[in-house]
Design a protein around this ligand. Structure first.
Ligand SMILES: [Zn+2]
Length: 199
């Protein structure tokens, strides 16, 4: 335990996902030794992020405007929608450069234990996006774990409509894991080898 404000900083950092007590301590001491300018910039960004970042009205991805840069990009194909759990999964898939369509961010996965049902996710807006028939393929890219599989199964049953292919990323992704932790090559291959789950 450190005194006062240093321990407070370590405690706050330690509450962030993926940061254990040792990392929190290391970051805290790094901040202590950093030039004032850098610390001010970090503090500013932390304050600004809540004000500036919002969620795309179309796909639910993070955006600085009403819609995200991917939805606004005319070079992206509107015929394919890749469904992911979180905005960070969009980043992971973009890194593979395998996908040139649009996304739909659910905002989580179905998890009865955590009290998350279909109505808590952005599923209705996904169905609305499919209404005009422009989309011909929905790629389900939920995480390869229990909740992700449950969500994929639910969507496969729900999205039955003429002229719509529903595909699922190929296996080979680390089971039980998070999509964002898959390396680019593995994720790229999972995209290429996606399988039809419903036609
Ligand atoms: Zn968007």
């Amino acid at each position: 335990m450190y005194e006062g404000i240093i321990q407070e900083l370590i405690d706050e950092l330690g509450r962030l996902p993926g940061i254990g007590p040792k990392s929190a301590q290391r970051i805290a001491f790094h901040i202590l030794q950093t030039e004032t300018y850098d610390v001010t910039r970090l503090a500013e960004v932390l304050l600004e992020i809540r004000e500036k970042v919002r969620f795309c009205e179309i796909c639910g991805n993070v955006a600085e405007e009403a819609t995200c840069s991917i939805c606004r990009d005319p070079r992206r194909s509107p015929a394919t929608i890749c469904v992911v759990e979180e905005a960070k999964d969009v980043v992971a898939i973009e890194r593979t450069r395998e996908f040139r369509g649009l996304y739909h961010v659910l905002g989580g996965a179905i998890s009865p234990i955590d009290g998350v049902g279909p109505d808590d996710l952005r599923i209705r807006s996904l169905v609305q996006r499919l209404a005009d028939g422009v989309v011909t393929e929905v790629i389900i890219a939920t995480d390869p774990n229990l909740e992700g599989e449950a969500t994929a199964t639910y969507l496969t049953r729900l999205l039955v409509q003429p002229n719509l292919r529903v595909t699922r990323l190929a296996s080979g992704l680390p089971v039980g894991g998070d999509l964002e932790y898959a390396d680019e090559v593995t994720l790229g291959r999972a995209f290429e080898g996606r399988r039809l789950v419903q036609h």
